[in-house]
Design a protein around this ligand. Structure first.
Ligand SMILES: Cc1cc2nc3c(=O)[nH]c(=O)nc-3n(C[C@H](O)[C@H](O)[C@H](O)COP(=O)(O)OP(=O)(O)OC[C@H]3O[C@@H](n4cnc5c(N)ncnc54)[C@H](O)[C@@H]3O)c2cc1C
Length: 487
């Protein structure tokens, strides 16, 4: 999209989201970039996701292991796997990274939430690398994501925190302190040995890299929760099975087995023991808003198909001519608009936090250094050293406050549970109104109804998200602590 001149898509999006129109008055370049990314996602949704949505859903009901590589390649051609990769590395993430990602996710999920989740799993897996502790891996792993897209062979990632004995428990500090954790990362010479299982990992079957949280002492999970970067090539790593899913089938949910997987010291993201704050809460503070956008996307898909159904004549009448149907449609539109407002509240607040890190002059100066230098042994040794880690932790403290991060978590949780519950309600209502008669629109709405359920479960169940909001905003009992260099 050319700066200054809007496409019809951009005009429509601004009309539907007045806050962006206001922001464009203040920062035309930044907002035009957001509109460009959203439009790219909308095009992918229209040309690739929507035509495949029903067929892929049916195929993966029969064969849950199936993986559509052509679709992955197509998404790579639109650079959708580098939505969260910083622009300094050739990715799409700039000043308004979260706003662009939220609007983009909504577009893709309005066509197929399974395909949306398959793409977003890489972004989620990459998120821990975007924390200062992940910087040593920018020029390797994140660079590989960008290069993979250029080659037509996208490099995928996944995020693995859930264990068979601990789901909700690993997403909240008070619960993790009492959790029965099965997986352990035992310290050995030069690194850690990972043993145990992770389950329900979106995109885990095909991911080349995974960010994995594990306790280094199972009897003290909260104090020792740590983020590791794991490569699927590591010995002892395997994917024994994928789930047979009800919805979002286009994205595998995999079980991952770690059998004495040696992970070198350099692959610890940040400090040992800061996994709850930096590996879970900071990630959820960014990602739960876009999960809300999965909800608004699904709800938009429902509304689109419901409208198309209502406009068709049956028995000499069109349902849309009835006032009660018109009012239902207006209610659906209002709920979607309301929730998009919550998502934008979160994403714009988040962009103030994360965007400021990405476009910070210090960051730009660092990445203005030639890549060969950044890959040189002395430079990389510095990044992995105590001093290097301490420098990035201090940089984070300089740019971001614990209050801001914690408040962002509350906004993210609110947007997530409100939007996904709203989408569940809309899908259910539309299905009831459409009745039992088969049609393509009804099949798409029925798929939305199945797809939306898991959005109320992953990234913290909606019960947990409500409690998170309460703990932050009403009790003050939950706080994101930024990493402190050990003395
Ligand atoms: C399709 C799918 C994809 C997923 N993708 C990923 C992924 O990519 N990576 C990953 O790590 N995980 C993933 N998950 C896991 C997901 O995050 C967990 O399922 C979720 O956190 C809930 O955990 P659980 O299933 O163990 O349920 P439980 O924690 O057993 O919860 C069961 C019920 O009890 C309630 N509950 C539990 N504890 C409390 C409490 N203390 N107070 C009040 N209520 C409570 C919950 O709200 C819920 O209603 C995925 C799950 C699914 C189904």
């Amino acid at each position: 999209m050319k700066r200054g001149r809007l496409t019809p898509y951009g005009e429509r999006l601004l009309r539907e989201t007045p806050v962006l129109e206001t922001l464009r008055g203040l920062d035309p370049r930044g907002v035009d970039e957001v509109l460009g990314i959203a439009e790219t996602c909308a095009e992918f949704a229209r040309l690739h996701a929507e035509p495949k949505a029903l067929e892929l859903d049916e195929r993966m009901e029969q064969d849950p292991e199936y993986f559509d590589r052509e679709l992955v390649k197509a998404a790579g051609n639109y650079h959708l796997f580098s939505l969260v990769v910083p622009k300094v590395l050739g990715g799409l993430a700039g000043k308004y990274m979260l706003t662009a990602a939220s609007l983009g996710v909504e577009e893709i999920c309005s066509a197929c939430a399974g395909i949306g989740n398959m793409i977003a799993a890489t972004g989620l897996g990459a998120c821990p690398l975007l924390t200062p502790g992940g910087m040593p891996h920018w020029d390797t792993v994140l660079h590989e994501i960008v290069e993979g897209e250029k080659r037509g062979e996208p490099v995928l990632m996944a995020y693995a925190i859930t264990e068979p004995s601990a789901g909700t428990d690993v997403e909240e500090p008070h619960f993790l302190a009492r959790a029965r954790i099965g997986m352990e990362a035992r310290r050995v010479k030069g690194g850690y040995l990972l043993n145990g299982r992770k389950c329900f990992i979106s995109g885990g079957k095909e991911a080349k890299y995974l960010t994995v949280c594990a306790a280094t002492d199972r009897s003290r999970p909260l104090e020792t929760w740590t983020v590791f970067l794991v490569s699927r090539d590591m010995e002892g790593f395997s994917v024994p099975r994928v789930e047979r899913k009800m919805g979002q089938r286009a994205c595998h949910a995999a079980e991952i087995l770690f059998d004495n997987v040696f992970v070198p010291e350099e692959n610890v993201i940040g400090y040992e023991g800061d996994g709850m704050s930096m590996g879970i809460l900071a990630i959820m503070a960014a990602s739960r808003g876009p999960v809300g956008a999965v909800g608004t996307g699904i709800a938009r898909g429902v509304l689109k198909n419901f409208l198309s159904w209502a406009r068709r004549e049956r028995g000499g009448r069109k349902p849309i001519e009835e006032q009660r149907i018109q009012m239902e449609i207006a209610d659906m539109a209002a709920s979607i608009q309301e929730c998009r407002g919550l998502i934008l509240d979160h994403s714009l607040a988040g962009d103030k936090v994360f965007g400021s890190l990405l476009v910070n002059p210090m960051m730009k100066a660092l990445f203005a250094l030639p890549r060969e230098l950044r890959l040189s042994r002395p430079y990389r040794s510095f990044l992995h050293s105590r001093l290097g880690k301490a420098t990035s932790a201090r940089l984070l403290r300089l740019l971001v406050s614990e209050d801001e991060m914690t408040r962002l978590l509350a906004l993210a949780s609110l947007a997530k549970f409100a939007s996904t519950d709203m989408a569940m309600g809309i899908a259910s209502r539309a299905l009831q109104l459409m009745g039992p008669e088969d049609s393509e629109e009804r099949r798409r709405v029925e798929k939305c109804y199945r797809d939306v359920k898991v959005t109320q479960i992953y990234e913290g169940t909606n019960q947990l998200n409500r409690l998170t909001w309460f703990m932050v905003e009403q009790e003050g009992s939950l706080r994101i602590e930024l990493p402190r260099p050990p003395r």
